[in-house]
Design a protein around this ligand. Structure first.
Ligand SMILES: *Cc1c(COP(=O)(O)O)cnc(C)c1O
Length: 239
């Protein structure tokens, strides 16, 4: 049973199909296999019911940018069959005093950007068996307030993650700067990914590309797209 869209615009299923078509087309233009590109749907500020609908449409990767919202949605949807096997990505600013909750709720953390956070995430491991996927978020601007490690400090942070037994370094994450065309910025991310792989050869995820710029990200090698509003519609006001 599908839930009709309000206002007569395209339904959730139609928006998802449109975005997937654009991903396939951009991959084709870049001579890349679209099957090797993971489309993550960012569901922040939307209710758990929308996450459930997405899961019923076959979406297997969801992302949130606030720990409390991530934890609450996972708890609310824990028993829902369509959510089994869904991977949850945490893409927001991570606080060192919330690392236990982040580890409990996330399968991958894209926003690791400082040494203290690496230490805290490693220390928050639930037991010897748990390994958390992490990506290093790199800051593509000169503004330290934008979040992300400075490119010059990327290697040192990668070495620290590589040495942490409960963390697995998967790759790099970036958000395009606001005051620059996205394509050259994503080209820098691709170079930084090459540098990262000299330290951890299989850390080959490139998490880049949002609603406004995912085609540019695909052209520059992105493997994981974080797409929100193009699929979910406009976000409700922040609660
Ligand atoms: C919200 C968000 C996205 C998705 O943004 P859209 O422009 O809605 O696609 C991607 N990445 C991060 C880190 C976000 O916070």
């Amino acid at each position: 049973m599908s839930i009709p869209s309000s206002g007569g615009g395209p339904s959730l299923a139609e928006r998802l199909a449109t975005v997937d078509g654009r991903i396939a087309e951009a991959a084709r233009e870049a001579d890349r296999d679209p099957a090797l590109i993971t489309r993550i749907v960012v569901t922040k500020f939307h209710p758990a019911s929308l996450v459930r609908e997405l899961a019923e449409l076959g979406v297997r990767d969801m992302a949130e940018n606030r720990q409390q919202e991530l934890s609450a949605k996972r708890a609310e949807l824990a028993d829902h069959p369509a959510l089994q096997g869904v991977r949850w990505h945490f893409v927001g600013q991570a606080q060192t005093n919330k690392t236990r909750q982040i580890r409990a709720a996330a399968d991958a953390v894209h926003s690791v950007d400082r040494a203290r956070l690496v230490t805290a995430l490693d220390a928050a491991a639930p037991g010897a068996q748990g390994v958390l996927d992490v990506l290093l978020q790199v800051n593509l601007t000169d503004d330290p307030g934008r979040g992300g490690v400075a490119p010059a400090e990327l290697e040192a942070l990668a070495e620290q993650v590589a040495a942490a037994s409960t963390l697995r370094l998967r790759g790099i994450m970036a958000v395009a700067p606001l005051d620059e065309a996205p394509r050259p910025a994503f080209a820098r991310v691709r170079e930084l990914s090459t540098r990262l792989r000299r330290i951890v050869p299989d850390a080959d995820w490139i998490s880049a590309g949002m609603t406004a710029d995912f085609e540019d990200a695909i052209a520059e090698g992105a493997t994981h797209l974080r797409i929100g509003s193009a699929i979910t519609g406009n976000r409700p006001a922040r609660g």
